[in-house]
Design a protein around this ligand. Structure first.
Ligand SMILES: [Zn+2]
Length: 629
């Protein structure tokens, strides 16, 4: 370890875009943690001596000093691939060079993330180990789906600064694709599209259709636009036959979220295509377009029972054609949700017949009839390395509405584990026909890293409804980078970076204990629940004393602290069903409480937070402030 209290960051003279951001992020984060300002200089301004020079650049924008050091370090295009990163320490007399090279501009940010987590911080200096990192990601798509629709718990309330803060974090962990809903047609009014509408909706549209995509691109990341298959603006629904839920021998349409019309009529298909084309025309960038087959959407009416999958393929091909008029390079993604055995057979038949318009297949959370291997054997060659998983990281164990869901070693490919939602007062999946309880194990192993290491997988896009799933989201991103990694090591890195070296071990233990409680909750008796909840509280309380003040102000810490408190409340409910039910109601308030970071009512949230965190609280004392939020 070499300690440096002074340093300089060097970039190319025309540095802009993601590489410029990479330099600024590095400068800001070093200052935040050491108090030291490392000046950013352009290569042609560089002449001064500095004990530490951090040279940042991308292969796509080389400059003399970068090229010279790259050659010395034997870093070239072949060794870096498309998105690889290199981080090397090189000694030069009294100076230490730290060379940071990304194959692409976005990769310079991935590299900065790695560097920031590889060095140590002291009040006045940076401790730099000898670094010799040269690696690239295993998975082509390392995405997350920021589900900006009404089911989300905080995303729709974000302003552009909240977006920037989080997108930056995601990029530092190697996420390269951000999916979102610019609009969920059925949940918006058409007035906005016509330039009218209320101010709140207009602002939301301006944010999601313009500011957010520009922001994502400024980090060099891919933009994935997510749309439902058959919804239109609510104003227009009455012109068509509305969609219905229902189960056919091919597919199950279990729930609709509003605005869906039956897609089997030509005039409905035209309306579906037109409204989507208008969206494509207005959006500045689309790299991926993901179209759900159901959830939310679909139609289970009598007419659709035998034709829905044919209609889906036909209309999706039409949507792809309209998309290409405005975004010629965009790739279309379709998914396999809620298909029966016959349904997936028909799905594969369509792929074999006509799929040149298609980019990827999203192997989704339910509809579990084929393993990836089997699926690959039934689809055209060109699609065999274009399969992405959509892991469910956001709802399991019922915490999705209420607080942190720090899944580390496990995930839920099939929701089948969500049966334990019932334990927290959630809903049951048992009524759904194609929700196969045992099926998930046929598809992917239920644990990490084995799931990510499945060679049939080419990427993943985790489904997220809020910041509460930050931990599994970043773990999936890192597993996509290197599927050989033990997820507990990634958690270790996470806790060290966000909670500091001293508190790290306790936080890792507390988080793993939360995961264990979530898995065992349905089997636990009161005594076991109390023991586990006490253990979590003990670890969190003892970590609290060692966490830097700045980290304690952050939402990551507050959410975990709240989860610990809530576990105690649940455990103290014991076998008393009524009491338990009341506690579950309290949880609904907690979720809104956790919006204090990004929410609309931070004042009230803060007050409630203080009350909930007060020691020796009684649950009945909490009821009023929580409902007041
Ligand atoms: Zn229908």
């Amino acid at each position: 370890m070499i300690s440096k209290s002074k340093g300089m960051i060097i970039v190319s003279k025309n540095c802009e875009g993601p590489t410029g951001k990479a330099a600024k992020i590095l400068q800001d984060r070093i200052k935040e943690r050491t108090g030291k300002i490392f000046e950013i200089r352009k290569e042609d301004e560089d002449g001064a001596f500095s004990p530490l020079k951090i040279i940042i650049g991308s292969l796509q924008n080389p400059y003399p000093l970068l090229t010279e050091l790259q050659e010395r370090a034997e870093i070239n295009k072949e060794s870096l691939g498309k998105e690889g990163v290199a981080i090397k320490t090189l000694k030069e007399g009294e100076s230490l060079y730290l060379l940071i090279v990304g194959a692409s501009p976005a990769a310079t940010i991935f590299a900065i993330g790695k560097l920031l987590r590889s060095v140590k911080y002291q009040p006045d200096s940076l401790l730099i180990p000898e670094l010799n990192i040269l690696e690239g990601p295993a998975h082509e798509v390392r995405g997350t789906f920021i589900a900006t629709h009404e089911a989300s718990r905080s995303y729709l309330d974000w302003n552009i600064n909240n977006w920037e803060e989080y997108i930056e974090d995601l990029a530092l962990w190697g996420i390269n694709s951000i999916f979102y809903f610019p609009t969920q047609f059925g949940q918006w009014s058409e007035a906005v599209r016509l330039g009218n509408g209320n101010e709140e909706e207009r602002k939301k549209w301006e944010l999601l259709s313009s500011k957010v995509p520009e922001l994502i691109k400024s980090y060099g990341l891919n933009i994935g636009v997510h749309i439902n298959f058959n919804d239109v603006f609510p104003e227009n629904v009455s012109k068509f036959k509305p969609a219905e839920t229902g189960t056919s021998e091919y597919i199950e349409v279990a729930g609709l979220e509003g605005g869906e019309i039956c897609p089997s009529y030509p005039e409905a298909q035209k309306a579906i295509l037109d409204v989507r084309e208008e969206l494509f025309r207005r959006l500045p960038y689309i790299d991926f377009l993901s179209i759900d087959i159901v959830d939310a959407g679909g139609c289970g009416c009598k007419r659709c029972k035998t034709s829905y999958i044919d209609t889906y393929f036909k209309v999706c091909k039409g949507i792809a054609g309209r998309l290409r008029e405005y975004h010629p390079e965009a790739k279309v993604i379709i998914n396999t949700q809620a298909l029966s055995e016959k349904g997936i057979e028909l799905f594969c038949q369509h792929l074999r017949k006509d799929s040149l318009w298609l980019g990827y297949i999203l192997y989704d959370c339910y509809g579990l009839t084929l393993t990836l291997k089997e699926l690959k054997s039934r689809i055209p060659d060109r699609l065999r390395d274009k399969i992405l998983a959509q892991p469910e990281i956001t709802m399991r164990d019922g915490w999705g509405k209420r607080g942190a869901t720090p899944w580390v070693r496990h995930f839920d490919h099939a929701y089948e584990k969500s049966y334990d939602l019932v334990a927290l007062g959630g809903w049951s999946m048992e009524k759904n026909k194609y929700w196969h309880p045992e099926g998930s194990y046929l598809i992917l192993p239920d644990n990490l890293p084995r799931a990510c290491a499945v060679e049939e997988l080419n990427g993943a896009c985790s489904y997220s409804e809020g910041l509460h799933d930050d931990i599994p989201k970043l773990i999936w991103a890192q597993e996509g980078w290197n599927p050989e990694q033990d997820p507990v090591d990634i958690l270790d890195e996470y806790c060290s970076w966000y909670f500091g070296e001293k508190a790290k071990d306790k936080m890792v233990k507390a988080i793993l204990k939360m995961e264990e409680v979530s898995i065992l909750r349905p089997k636990f008796k009161t005594r076991e629940m109390l023991e586990s909840a006490s253990k979590i509280s003990e670890l969190i309380e003892s970590a609290e004393a060692e966490i830097p003040t700045k980290a304690k102000e952050g939402w990551r810490w507050k959410m975990l602290l709240l989860r610990a408190k809530m576990e105690m409340l649940i455990a103290s409910g014991g076998e008393d069903a009524k009491l338990k039910e009341e506690i579950v109601h309290l949880h609904h308030g907690v979720y809104r409480l956790t919006k204090t970071k990004y929410g609309q009512k931070p004042g009230i949230g803060k007050e409630a937070l203080e009350r909930i965190l007060a020691r020796d609280h009684k649950i009945y004392d909490l009821r009023i402030p929580l409902f007041e939020i």
